[in-house]
Design a protein around this ligand. Structure first.
Ligand code: N7H
Length: 535
C-alpha cells in the first residue's frame, strides 16, 4: 500500500522503534525511504562536541565543477537521518551490552556513568564525520542558473526567499543594520557545510581536506567553529551558565517514551509531528524526498553585562542572584523551572513536564522569562494566537568562543585548537551561541518567535516587555517603559502586588546569519542533471 507523504508528515516517527525496546515491529518502508533521503540533525541533534561551519559563495564560471563535487560529497559524506539514527542506536546498544557484561543493573545512574565513560573514550575515537549541506535561496539561483521567478514557484517560505539580509526583514525583526554585522555575513552566501565530530584533531584534518577541494569552485566567505561545553554531569552548558537543550520537540517514539513517566500526570506533551520541521523537497526526484528550513544566527553573549544586570536586579528585587537569573530565563541554571520552584511537586518533577496553568498571574515565572516567551505552553495570550504548538522549532545551536584580537585570517585548524583548550568561563574574547533551528516555515515559526513573541512587548500579556535574553527593541523611537519588564518584587519573590520595573536587555547581540534549506540527499545527487528549469 502506498503511504502518502502528507499522511507520513502528520505522524511522529512511531514506526521505527529503538533497539532498546526490542520491538518486533517491522520498519515502515515509506518512513525508511524518507529517512534515507533526509539529512541528519533535523529530527534529532547530531550530538557531536565540535563542529565546523563553512559558508560558501560559488564561482560563477565553475558551476559544473560545483555540481559534480556536491553530488560526490552527498554520496560519500552527507549524513542521512537513517544513518544518524542507526549509529545512535548502536551506541545505546553498546552501553547496554557493556553494563550487562559487567552484570550491572540497567539503572538510570549506571547507564549515565557508562555513557560518560564512553564519552571519554569517544574523544579519542575516530568515527565518521557528521556532515550537512545546506543552500540559501541565492545559492539555488546561482547553482541552477534559474531566475527568481522560476524558483519562486518551488519554495513557499518568503523569509527564505528574501534572505536574512533583506532590509524589510531586518527592520521587522529589529535586527541591527547590516553595517553592524560581522563583515563576512554581510556578503552574499550560497551554501553552508557543517562538519561535526567528537575528536577535534580528526575533524580538523577532514575540514582542511574539504576546504582545499571546495576552493576549486567556491570562495569560502567565512568559517567558524563551535563547541559543546559540558558540566561535570555531561550536560551542555551555555555561556551564561545555564543547562541548555532541555526542551525540544520530539519526533521519535523511543525519545517520547523515555520522558513520559507512568507515575505522574503528563502535563506538557513534547511530541511533535514530522510536519513541524519537514516539508516536501520541491526539487527532489524521490517521492519521499523531504527537506527543512534552517535559521543560522551568530549571537554574541555579553556575559559581563548579563552578570552585572543580574546583580542590579537582585538588589532591586531583594532576592538572591540565582532567583533573579531564574526570573530572566524561566529556569534556574541547573534547569529547574522557576514556575515549579517551592511548589509541592518540586521534590520530584521531570524537568520539562510543566505548563503555566498553575501560574496564570506570572507570580512564579514572569511572563517575560525567555522560556515562557518562546514557548507559552498553551497559556492564554493577548493576541489570541491559537496555534502555539505549531510554532515550535527544533533548536540545534552550539556555543562558540573566540580569542581577543583574533587574526583576520584565523584558520579553521587554529580556531579548533583554541576551542579545544578553552573553558566555559573564558571571558577574554568574544563568546556566544551559533543559534540554529529547523522548521517547516521560517516565517511562521522562527520569525513569529523572534518578532511577535520575544520582541513583542504585549506578548503573552499586555505590558509584558521584551524577552530579557533575546528580545530586540526597535532601534529608534521606543520609550524605555515600553520594553522594560515587570519583575516580582518581594523578599520571597512571589507577590503579584509588588512588582518592580527593570530594563533587562542587550546582553545578546546579533552578529549576522542567513536562512537556508536542507535539501534531500537525492536532490544533491541529482544536481549535475539539472540544467534547465522545470516548468
Ligand atoms: Fe533560547 N540560554 O542558553 O541562555 N534558551 N537561547 N532561544 N530557547 C532556552 O529549555 C538561549 C534563542 C528558545 O520549550 C534555554 O532547553 C541563549 C533564540 C526556545 O520551554 C536556555 C540564546 C530563540 C526554548 C536558552 C538563545 C530561542 C529556549 C532553557 C542566545 C528563538 C525552549 C533550556 C544567545 C527565536 C522553551 C531549555 C521551552 C530555551 C538560552 C536564543 C528559543 C538556557 C543564550 C534566538 C523555543
Amino acid at each position: 500500500m502506498t503511504v502518502l507523504l502528507e499522511d507520513l508528515l502528520r505522524k511522529t516517527n512511531i514506526l521505527y522503534p529503538s533497539q532498546l525496546e526490542q520491538s518486533a515491529q517491522p520498519p515502515d518502508i515509506a518512513l525508511l525511504a524518507l529517512q534515507n533521503d533526509l539529512q541528519g540533525n533535523i529530527l534529532k541533534s547530531h550530538g557531536r562536541d565540535f563542529s565546523v561551519q563553512f559558508f560558501l559563495k560559488f564561482k560563477s564560471d565553475n558551476i559544473d565543477i560545483a555540481k559534480t563535487w556536491i553530488r560526490d560529497f552527498a554520496q560519500k559524506f552527507v549524513t542521512s537521518a537513517a544513518e544518524q539514527r542507526k549509529s545512535r542506536q548502536s551506541y545505546q546498544k553498546r552501553i547496554i551490552n557493556n553494563l550487562q557484561s559487567k552484570s550491572l543493573e540497567l539503572s538510570k545512574t549506571n547507564i549515565y556513568i557508562e555513557r560518560m565513560r564512553l564519552e571519554q573514550e569517544r574523544q579519542s575515537e575516530v568515527d565518521t564525520v557528521f556532515t550537512n549541506f545546506f543552500l540559501s535561496f541565492e545559492g539555488y539561483k546561482n547553482l541552477l542558473k534559474w531566475t527568481s521567478e522560476e524558483l519562486d514557484k518551488c519554495f513557499i517560505d518568503s523569509s527564505f526567499k528574501n534572505g536574512m539580509k533583506n532590509e524589510n526583514g531586518i527592520i521587522s525583526l529589529n535586527d541591527p543594520p547590516l553595517s553592524q554585522w560581522e563583515d563576512a555575513f554581510a556578503k552574499e552566501i550560497h551554501a553552508l557545510i557543517i562538519l561535526a565530530n567528537n575528536n577535534f584533531a580528526y575533524l580538523s584534518a577532514q575540514a582542511k581536506e574539504i576546504e582545499s577541494k571546495v576552493r576549486e569552485f567556491a570562495e569560502i566567505v567565512h568559517s567558524e567553529v563551535g563547541k559543546v561545553f559540558r558540566n561535570e554531569n555531561g550536560d551542555a552548558v551555555e555561556h551564561f551558565g545555564f543547562i541548555d537543550g532541555i526542551s525540544q520537540p520530539l519526533f521519535f517514539k523511543d525519545d517520547i517514551d523515555k520522558i513520559q513517566n507512568q507515575d505522574v500526570t503528563n502535563v506538557w506533551d513534547s511530541s511533535a509531528p514530522l510536519k513541524l520541521v519537514l516539508v516536501k523537497d520541491p526539487l527532489s526526484p524521490n517521492e519521499y524526498g523531504c527537506g527543512s528550513y534552517l535559521v543560522y544566527r551568530r549571537l554574541q553573549q555579553h556575559v559581563d553585562s548579563f552578570n552585572k544586570k543580574i546583580q542590579d536586579l537582585s538588589k532591586l528585587l531583594d532576592v538572591e542572584p540565582p532567583l533573579a537569573e531564574a526570573f530572566v530565563m524561566g529556569r534556574f541554571k541547573d534547569g529547574t523551572p522557576v514556575t515549579l520552584y517551592k511548589s509541592p511537586q518540586s521534590q520530584d518533577f521531570i524537568l520539562n513536564n510543566f505548563d503555566y496553568q498553575g501560574d496564570i498571574h506570572g507570580t512564579r515565572c514572569p511572563f517575560h522569562a525567555h522560556i515562557r516567551k518562546t514557548n507559552p505552553r498553551g497559556e492564554k495570550v493577548t493576541n489570541g494566537d491559537k496555534n502555539q504548538r505549531d510554532k515550535r522549532i527544533a533548536r540545534r545551536g552550539i556555543s562558540y568562543s573566540y580569542q581577543k584580537n583574533k587574526p583576520s585570517s584565523w584558520s579553521t585548524e587554529e580556531q579548533l585548537k583554541y576551542l579545544q583548550q578553552v573553558s566555559i568561563d573564558a571571558t577574554k574574547g568574544e563568546v556566544g551561541l551559533l543559534f540554529m533551528c529547523f522548521q517547516a516555515s521560517i516565517t511562521d515559526q522562527f520569525v513569529t518567535l523572534q518578532k511577535t513573541w520575544a520582541n513583542g512587548i504585549d506578548f503573552p500579556k499586555h505590558d509584558t516587555g521584551i524577552d530579557p535574553v533575546i528580545g530586540q527593541e526597535k532601534l529608534q523611537g521606543t520609550p524605555i517603559d515600553d520594553h522594560r519588564q515587570y519583575w516580582p518584587k518581594n523578599k520571597d519573590g512571589w507577590d503579584e502586588n509588588h512588582k518592580g520595573r527593570y530594563d533587562f536587555s542587550k546582553c545578546v547581540q546579533m552578529k549576522g546569519g542567513e536562512y537556508f534549506f536542507a535539501p534531500s540527499i537525492s536532490f544533491l545527487i541529482d544536481l549535475p542533471n539539472r540544467t534547465v528549469a522545470v516548468t
